[in-house]
Design a protein around this ligand. Structure first.
Ligand code: ASP
Length: 581
């Protein structure tokens, strides 16, 4: 090794020993004829002192040094007179005898500090400098620990990690595929896996019984803060299990990670049906760190000549405790907030239950104080509360009210980042109707088994069929999802028919799986977790990009290596591709 210790290692007990350290120059300060350098590596920062009183005589060379130079220093550990309690090495410094420049550095385009002056695009271009910053290093360390602990848990539960191919045939997970042209098979293409779904099922047919993989998946979708074109899943599958077995096994994984990574013992996860989640929270990924559940008042408010309510399918609201004294201005601002296109509500109504016990509302014209009291009772409101009400078509109203609920939760400080409330959402619908294409789509994916009792409904009322599917939701974030699978060829064929595939199309695309079902497929089921999201949640981050070493930007570009990029004419020719503009 070029060094005897790291820059985070030395303590007062080491005083007096000779050491050699290597690292990057964080900062240089000159004071009273002495030079101080903060030397940084992955493990920490150590103060170096270049002093006339030591044998040090390389003052000319010292002048050449600058930020981010890589140096190797030899010296003696000494107790510091001016201790720095903020860093673990703050009791000592190195009295440097000699040093060597291992590599100089040009001036970095932004400061390598926690609060850097570099904007996102610049930091991504120089990601290797950005990754030298503490925040990013900590995020990647957390990610590493999560991966190791996942492997530990899975290994101790007899799961075997098996790699599946990256060049595959399209898997229908609902997103667009990335495709790769095949040189050896002109005119034919591979697809990159949106997930290893069909492979993990085939591994169950192959008898592996318990599989997992921490695996890259690819989906060509528009990007947001919590999406990347390539992302990582903890992908899992088990044989001879019921839904209950899967939920308990992976609740175990989640609890293990909570315990080891966050030091938290989380009680058993509650379960909520999809219908309940939609009805009470307006979303299938409810944040249950706080209440503020929806209260439906449709029956109570109709028939009072208020057209908006009379014409609405659903009238529902939330109760914001302690907000009755919101000003006109605050309420107008909230109304504008819900009317923004992202939320898309037509309006917002309110009832204030004043601290003076008087009820005031934006619909006073139509509702008597007695009516308002009845509505307030439905909300179980008390003086000091504010009821925020929306009306319209059921699904849209619930969606908009769900967004408002989250916003109010944030504004009232009810979504504490240090609190974690996981839950399982179960009994999803199997299918989703698309009005535009006039056909059903699988809500999860086409390999998901319907709930047994609902199978006959596939012929009569497919929209009402429940799926044997489940999601793990933590603090309003969908961390994972999975299902019990179909393992019978006939049922799988029927599912494809309901999804609008002809038997020939289904056979052409998924014949390999359906044929495999004929060779003794065990009952099986599984789940996959969004690893980047989970790390982001545990790390208290906003964007999954901060927990990925080399992420893409919103345009799907890697600005460091500058790709996607064109390929040479020769490559195009070889692949028999022509760009048509
Ligand atoms: N393959 C599914 C997904 O990526 C997860 C699963 O059903 O196991 O969402």
């Amino acid at each position: 090794m070029l060094r005897t210790h790291t820059c985070g290692e030395l303590r007062i007990d080491h005083a007096g020993i000779n050491v050699t350290l290597c690292g990057w120059i964080q900062r240089i300060r000159e004071m009273g004829g002495m030079t101080f350098i903060d030397l940084r590596d992955r493990y920490g920062i150590t103060q170096l002192i270049f002093n006339f009183q030591t044998q040090f005589d390389q003052f000319e060379k010292l002048k050449q040094l600058g930020r981010e130079f890589v140096i190797c220093v030899k010296g003696v550990v000494a107790e510091r007179s001016n201790k720095n309690p903020k860093i673990p090495t703050g009791d000592i410094e190195i009295l440097v005898d000699s040093f060597e420049i291992l590599n100089p550095s040009v001036i970095p385009p932004f400061t390598i500090e926690d609060n850097t002056d570099g904007g996102e695009e610049l930091r991504m271009k120089y990601r290797y400098l950005d990754l030298r910053r503490n925040v990013n290093r900590k995020n990647l360390e957390l990610r590493h620990k999560m991966a190791i602990e996942t492997r530990n848990y899975m290994n101790s539960h007899q799961f075997i990690e098996i790699e599946t191919p990256v060049l595959i045939k399209s898997t229908p997970e609902g997103a667009r595929d990335f495709v790769v042209p095949s040189r050896m098979n002109p005119g034919q293409y591979y697809a990159l896996p949106q997930s290893p779904q069909t492979f993990k099922q085939i591994l169950m047919i192959a008898g592996f019984d318990r599989y997992f993989q921490i695996v890259k998946c690819f989906r060509d979708e528009d990007l947001r803060a919590d999406r990347q074109p390539e992302f990582t899943q903890i992908d899992c599958e088990m044989s001879f299990v019921t839904r209950e077995d899967i939920l308990l096994t992976f609740e175990g994984l989640a609890k293990h990670l909570f315990r080891i990574i966050k030091g938290l013992d989380i009680p058993d996860f509650p379960r909520m049906t999809y219908d309940q989640a939609m009805q009470e929270y307006g979303t299938d990924k409810p944040d249950i760190r706080f209440g503020m559940k929806f209260v439906e008042i449709t029956g109570l408010v109709k028939g009072k000549d208020f057209r908006v309510f009379d014409d609405s399918e659903l009238i529902a609201g939330i109760k914001a405790e302690g907000c009755s004294e919101y000003s006109r201005k605050q309420l107008d601002e909230l109304t504008e907030w819900v009317k923004r296109p992202q939320i898309g509500a037509k309006g917002l109504f309110y009832i204030k239950y004043g601290l003076d016990c008087v009820l005031k509302s934006s619909v006073d014209k139509f509702y008597s104080p007695d009516d308002l009291l009845k509505i307030s009772n439905q909300f179980e409101a008390k003086p000091g509360d504010l009821m925020l009400i929306m009306a319209g078509e059921t699904e849209l109203t619930r969606q908009a009210l769900g967004s408002l609920r989250l916003e109010m939760g944030t504004r009232l400080g009810l979504r504490k980042p240090e609190v974690f409330k996981p839950l399982w959402v179960i009994d999803f619908p199997l299918l989703e109707w698309n009005e535009e294409t006039k056909r059903f789509y699988a809500k999860h994916h086409p390999f998901t088994s319907p709930v047994k009792e609902d199978i006959p409904l596939l012929d009569t009322d497919p929209g009402a069929v429940r799926a044997n599917a489940y999601d793990l939701v933590i603090n309003g974030v969908e961390i994972g999802g999975g299902s019990i699978r179909i393992y019978n060829k006939e049922l799988q064929k029927k599912m494809f028919r309901v999804l609008g595939f002809s038997d020939e199309q289904a056979q052409e695309q998924f014949g390999f799986l359906m044929n495999a079902f004929e060779y003794g497929a065990p009952p099986h089921g599984g789940i996959a977790f969004g690893f980047d999201r989970w790390c982001t949640l545990f790390g208290g981050g906003e964007s999954i990009r901060d927990f990925i070493a080399f992420p893409k930007n919103n345009g799907g570009r890697d600005v460091m290596i500058d790709t996607p990029s064109t390929i040479s004419d020769d490559q195009m020719k070889e692949l028999r591709i022509r760009f048509t503009g």
